[in-house]
Design a protein around this ligand. Structure first.
Ligand code: NG1
Length: 400
């Protein structure tokens, strides 16, 4: 029995009827592209959050976690901080589909909640799947992911769907290329010669808090850039302009994109200002240059991984990090971590996830792995982990 199942037994006095393992992820390449409808290339990792759940007679949800010993009761915990916010946001999505039903949930895990490894999405996806099982709601895989995305968007930032998708659908030994426009999932075998090291920069990436503005600025800038490059806003306001629809824009038009205020960007894209200060300035040229070049790097990276071309993959990661630094997503400690990995002989290194703190990844070989880990640890103090490609939360259900 895993620790979540034992906790469920101990705390609620009966056995769980649903057990889900929801992993974290590293994104290998394709950063800040998902909310533009452009591809990403992440993989699920071994570090995860486990859920053990069962039905209870009273409506609502009681959740208990070994992570901090907290007990959350949906009747009284609306202002609860941290992980509870995501669990309650999921409840808001699923409870209307199962009116009057109640659930009890125990959580355990070893996934760091420091930003960059997707602990919030591991929570959301695992919780959606657990409630879907316990209440027999009948959501299919795509609907489960969509519910988790909506829950997180309501709890934190106007994010894309990369994290929830890979956490749900990943297969062991494979990275997952995710296309959004049109939607497609491609499982790409990970070469045995590739060793992935992830290191913490020492600074949290609080996207639900201070970094939310930075992230949402990127989202709004990309929408306005797409509108100016020719993707006309939808008059109903239902879908925002997306850079995926102007992927072939010429360099001259991209170079001519202006710097404008949030108020202007919202007007041009005919979308919400995403809670940003109206006079904040957005550089649309830098936005489009990063996003469109990063999408090309995803295509090239898929080929490099398929061909087990470590040097080429490393080169693409270095280029991605440079572009993200210009975009405004990196920090001095992420840059230190990346430089330390490269100096120790990594083929390439880059920040992973939204940035603003959190984690960086390096690609290396078995022979150099120890040296790269040691260098990353001495640059920022750790923790450092060797990231392996694991199965996603839906795979964990099927593998039972
Ligand atoms: P992280 O930093 O792992 O939460 C966020 C978004 C992704 C994606 C990346 C940047 C959420 C839940 N996650 O990832 O969709 O936009 O930033 O590539 O919003």
């Amino acid at each position: 029995m895993n620790d979540a199942a034992s906790l469920h037994n101990d705390h609620f006095g009966d056995a769980a009827t649903a057990v889900v393992n929801s992993p974290g992820r590293i994104n290998l390449i394709g950063e800040h592209t998902d909310y533009c409808g452009l591809p990403v290339l992440p993989m699920a990792i071994a570090e995860s959050i486990q859920f053990a759940a069962s039905e209870r007679a009273q409506p609502g949800l009681i959740a208990v976690s070994t992570l901090d010993g907290a007990v959350i009761d949906s009747d009284s915990a609306r202002a609860a901080p941290g992980w509870a916010k995501y669990v309650l946001a999921v409840l808001d999505q699923i409870q209307p589909l199962a009116p009057g039903r109640g659930a009890q949930l125990a959580l355990d895990g070893d996934l760091p909640s420091t930003g960059g490894l997707s602990s919030s999405s591991a929570l959301s996806v695992g919780c959606v799947i657990a409630l879907n099982e316990v209440w027999d709601v009948g959501l299919d895989a795509e609907e489960l992911v969509a519910a988790a995305v909506r829950a997180e968007q309501s709890a934190a930032i106007a994010g894309g769907a990369m994290d929830q998708t890979v956490i749900a659908f990943a297969r062991p030994g494979h990275a997952l290329r995710i296309d959004f426009d049109p939607s497609a999932h491609t499982h790409i075998p990970m070469p045995e010669s590739f060793v992935w090291i992830a290191g913490y920069s020492g600074t949290k990436a609080p996207k639900g808090e201070s970094a939310a503005n930075s992230y949402n600025s990127f989202v709004l800038a990309s929408r306005a850039a797409a509108a100016l490059l020719g993707d006309a806003p939808d008059p109903s306001g239902e879908t925002a302009p997306q850079l995926s629809r102007v992927r072939t824009a010429d360099q001259e038009s991209i170079s001519a994109l202006p710097t404008i205020s949030v108020a202007q960007a919202a007007a041009i894209s005919q979308t919400d200002n995403l809670g940003l200060p109206l006079d904040r300035q957005l550089d649309l040229r830098i936005s489009a240059e990063h996003v469109l070049s990063e999408a090309d790097r995803v295509d090239a990276a898929e080929q490099a991984i398929r061909g087990a071309d470590l040097e080429e993959m490393g080169r693409l990661m270095d280029a991605s990090h440079l572009s993200l630094t210009r975009y405004g997503a990196s920090t001095p400690s992420l840059d230190r971590l990346v430089a330390a990995a490269r100096n120790a002989g990594a083929a390439g290194a880059r920040l992973t996830g939204a940035g603003f703190g959190g984690w960086a990844i390096a690609l290396t070989t078995e022979e150099r792995a120890m040296a790269v880990q040691a260098a990353m640890e001495s640059a920022c103090g750790g923790p450092i982990l060797v990231a392996t490609a694991e199965g996603g939360a839906l795979w964990s259900l099927d593998a039972r």
